[in-house]
Design a protein around this ligand. Structure first.
Ligand SMILES: C[S@@+](CC[C@H](N)C(=O)[O-])C[C@H]1O[C@@H](n2cnc3c(N)ncnc32)[C@H](O)[C@@H]1O
Length: 400
């Protein structure tokens, strides 16, 4: 699972590779087999005792005493910690080498020594105040969160994010870890063939996995990625350059974008809003509305909202809000998306949401057939749930 497709790939020893593959396999087992056993235990022993309209938290309270839940939870936490343990020695051993590679890529302009012009750009803002929601906690147990710097010009936590995603998602995110971006950008192109965005913005882009996908799908567009985390952006820029993609990365707060009004045709995010405190989300959406041109599209890939899932599936997704250091997760899932999109300035009737099949799982032809078929329901075990055959939930609006 740890075979990254770029020059910042870590040289792994045989035992490290084996450990990473083992942890990936364990994660698949937990998210698929053990989760399935917990679901069956609920159906057999817990659901018959609860009211038909039991809330997710009632299910949580009832499940806490069940061995199936405790076993699942213990394995989820242990396997999460094992992901970081599996990748950490190689990142520590790499030390300055990662920085040297990034510097070499920047000096060469990226895309190899023969590149005619610098590929994209990296602009950091040392005066930016990083929100405490990012700096004060190791989100999803990630050591150093997104922002810890262990040396000058450090990018280690970017490497942690990239490598840990490869291990922890056991192939579901595609070989380049960009299946969300590939699936959503292709979906937009398939449904709106006349739409030709000139400028695309990915907010909360981390190391740019899904930012790059938009460049693949719309190569003529100028693609930008912003994040508050400098080490992740250093890594993102070097990664994009080594993959030959011209992307402009800039350190910026999504709640106060330093871009002019009406300067983008797409504002996109993936797995971002559920890590923003509840009071920040309206600001992010208002900023998206402000920087979009009329006719532009705001599109966020996210966890499906609680009001569109069964109580059990909501309980299942909310697990991370209780046990995986995801403090904003449940508040986000409880939001009325239609209302917050309208409150950001979009016309109330223009709210949209989709369930998009995974492009890298299906391959182009089957994916295209799936996109042309009636859309899968949000209320399905496959929507937004880490497992083989995942479908991505997204929501947003076109700006008038
Ligand atoms: C789960 S990651 C997003 C993953 C990424 N979009 C991807 O597809 O791989 C959340 C990111 O949001 C960033 N972030 C959190 N609050 C932010 C804010 N107010 N403005 C910009 N970035 C923020 C974090 O630094 C982190 O990189």
């Amino acid at each position: 699972m740890l075979s990254l497709r770029h020059d910042l790939r870590l040289p792994l020893r045989r035992d490290e590779k084996a450990r990473a593959d083992f942890v990936s396999g364990l994660r698949r087992h937990v998210f698929e087999t053990v989760a399935g056993e917990m679901r069956r235990d609920y159906g057999r022993a817990v659901a018959p005792r609860l009211a038909a309209d039991a809330e997710p938290e009632t299910i949580h309270a009832a499940m806490r005493g069940r061995e199936a839940f405790q076993f699942y939870s213990a394995l989820r936490v242990s396997s999460q910690e094992m992901v970081y343990q599996a990748i950490r020695p190689a990142i520590e051993r790499a030390g300055d080498a990662l920085q040297r590679k990034a510097a070499a890529l920047a000096a060469a302009g990226g895309g190899g020594a023969k590149a005619a012009a610098p590929l994209g750009s990296l602009t950091l803002d040392p005066d930016l105040e990083v929100p405490r929601s990012v700096s004060a906690i190791d989100i999803h147990l990630s050591p150093g969160s997104y922002v810890e710097e262990y040396a000058e010009d450090d990018l280690a936590v970017g490497a942690v994010y990239d490598n840990r995603l490869a291990v922890s998602t056991f192939g579901v995110f595609g070989p380049n870890l960009d299946d969300i971006g590939q699936s959503l950008a292709r979906f937009v192109r398939a449904r709106h063939p006349g739409f030709a965005p000139r400028r695309i913005l990915d907010v909360g882009c981390t190391v740019g996995h899904n930012t790059g996908a938009w460049k693949d799908v719309y190569p003529e567009a100028e693609v930008h990625g912003i994040d508050v985390a400098a080490p992740c952006l250093r890594y993102a820029s070097a990664r994009a350059r080594s993959q030959g993609r011209a992307i402009h990365f800039r350190q910026m707060d999504a709640e106060a974008l330093a871009f002019p009004d009406e300067s983008f045709d797409v504002v996109f995010s993936s797995m971002f809003l559920h890590e923003v405190p509840r009071k920040g989300i309206p600001k992010v959406l208002r900023e998206a509305h402000r920087v979009l041109r009329p006719g532009g599209l705001m599109l966020h890939m996210e966890l499906p909202p609680a009001d569109q899932l069964s109580a059990y599936d909501s309980f299942y997704l909310d697990w991370d809000g209780h046990y995986n250091n995801e403090p904003f997760y449940r508040a986000f899932r409880a939001m009325d998306l239609r209302r917050i999109v309208a409150a950001a300035g979009f016309a109330p009737g223009d709210y949209l949401q989709h369930v998009v099949p995974s492009w890298s799982a299906l391959g182009e032809d089957a994916w295209r057939a799936a996109v042309d078929a009636p859309e899968a329901p949000v209320a399905s075990e496959k929507t937004g749930r880490l497992s083989t055959g995942i479908r991505w939930f997204c929501f947003g609006a076109w700006k008038r």
